[in-house]
Design a protein around this ligand. Structure first.
Ligand SMILES: [Zn+2]
Length: 418
């Protein structure tokens, strides 16, 4: 049994994000009239704006959405009545007279963001608008099987239940899994956990009594980084997250997560960069995941495990030639892969998280060359190369975003009862 650590924090994320969470396509209901569809889209646009960008004045909502004043007023009234937004006093403008009220997402509307890793299960209670109200974590000595994962999650949620019942209205839960997850929330394979063909969303739904959405951790990380992190404002970005268990990727195009057939696009970690390289758990040799991995560096450092911050420090001061050589070898291979990805997908930004964020911190110049595009006859152009912004907080927000997605697309129909 591991320790349960409870932390409380009030954090609010801001910024503009992509237009929709790619995991859930807009629902089309044939019988709806055009007016109703337009109204639903407008409600969705207003709610997504205040969710992703923080409190807004009505006039700013009008200028961003292109809707006229009376339409904005009517939409905000509907969202207020459904309990999805609230009015807050806007910052003083220095002008005299009554301060105008801004419109904010109501963070009493909340979702659970669940994460399962080989050594921990964590649950965060996240409000609409991105405030992390509280989070709990259960450390594990070995990866949980799916049944144990559901039990641990249920007991963590039980511990939060009194607080939830008193103050919040839950829309559901999202769970981020290090593996291939299909659109129904079933895990095809999750090597770090040793899971294969598991109906995780269904199992959790019955354990929690909530609607549960499951997704690949890198895909959900990409969307959260796009909405709340360094990818804010970019509609086309490439996200790569690295860990001892491999590299996951997420591609966002025109604000939507690229899913591909069955939802498995973005498995960039299994791009082969050295056909004679190290064996990858997928069965091939020389995958990016197998070659660009903290394992060999930890061995050279004589350490079994280091978190991202510790690795930053250890590699920053390491002078051992063997460590420098291995670091350079890995950075050059990552650079090769990034060059290919940038040429293939032309993102505005490349976001590196986890272990890959550590490599960026130690070798920014070497990696920057990889994202310089020099098309024939054109001026060279640099793609933005960033380290993921939110670290552990991102992975709390990210799965909750999956749970908010349907509500953001059809706010009134899916508003949780008051
Ligand atoms: Zn592989």
């Amino acid at each position: 049994m591991g320790d349960v650590v409870t932390m409380r924090e009030e954090e609010t994320a801001g910024g503009r994000g992509p237009a929709s969470w790619g995991g859930v396509p807009p629902r089309t209901v044939g019988a709806r009239t055009t007016n109703e569809e337009v109204r639903q889209q407008n409600l969705s646009a207003v709610l997504r704006l205040v969710h992703g960008s923080g409190p807004q004045s009505r006039s700013h909502i009008g200028s961003v959405t292109g809707l006229n004043r009376s339409t904005v007023t009517a939409l905000v009234t509907d969202l207020l009545e459904a309990g999805l937004v609230r009015e807050a006093e806007a910052a003083p403008t220095g002008r005299r007279g009554r301060p105008s009220l801004s419109v904010a997402a109501d963070d009493a509307v909340a979702a659970l963001g669940i994460r399962v890793e080989p050594d921990a299960v964590s649950v965060a209670l996240v409000g609409l608008g991105g405030a992390v109200h509280s989070r709990v974590r259960h450390d594990l000595a070995s990866p949980p099987n799916p049944k144990r994962f559901a039990q641990i999650t249920a007991s963590l949620v039980d511990g939060m239940r009194a607080d939830i019942d008193r103050h919040y209205r839950l829309v559901g839960a999202g769970v981020a899994i290090p593996g291939l997850v299909d659109e129904s929330g079933s895990v095809l394979i999750a090597p770090p956990l040793g899971w294969r063909r598991e109906q995780v969303a269904t199992r959790l739904e019955s354990a929690l009594g909530l609607r549960v959405t499951a997704g690949n951790d890198a895909s959900v990380g990409a969307m959260a980084e796009a909405r709340f992190g360094v990818g804010r404002g970019s509609d086309n970005l490439l996200y790569l997250g690295g860990s001892p268990y491999g590299i996951g990727g997420g591609l966002i195009f025109d604000g939507t997560l690229l899913r591909g057939t069955s939802g498995f696009a973005g498995e960039l970690g299994h791009t082969v960069i050295d056909p004679r390289g190290a064996r990858c758990p997928c069965g091939r040799r020389g995958c990016l995941s197998a070659e660009v991995n903290p394992g060999p560096l930890l061995k050279l450092l004589g350490r079994r495990k280091l978190d991202e911050d510790e690795l930053d420090i250890e590699l920053g001061v390491a002078r051992d030639p063997a460590i420098r050589a291995e670091l350079e070898r890995q950075v050059d291979l990552l650079s090769l892969a990034l060059t290919n990805f940038v040429n293939a997908f032309a993102p505005e930004a490349v976001i590196l998280s986890g272990y890959l964020g550590v490599l960026l911190a130690t070798s920014r110049e070497r990696l920057s060359d990889a994202v310089r595009i020099d098309p024939v006859g054109a001026e060279g152009r640099q793609v933005r190369l960033e380290r993921a912004h939110m670290r552990s907080r991102l992975m709390q927000l990210a799965p909750a975003e999956m749970a908010f997605a349907p509500l953001l697309l059809d706010p009134i129909a899916l508003a949780p009862p008051r």
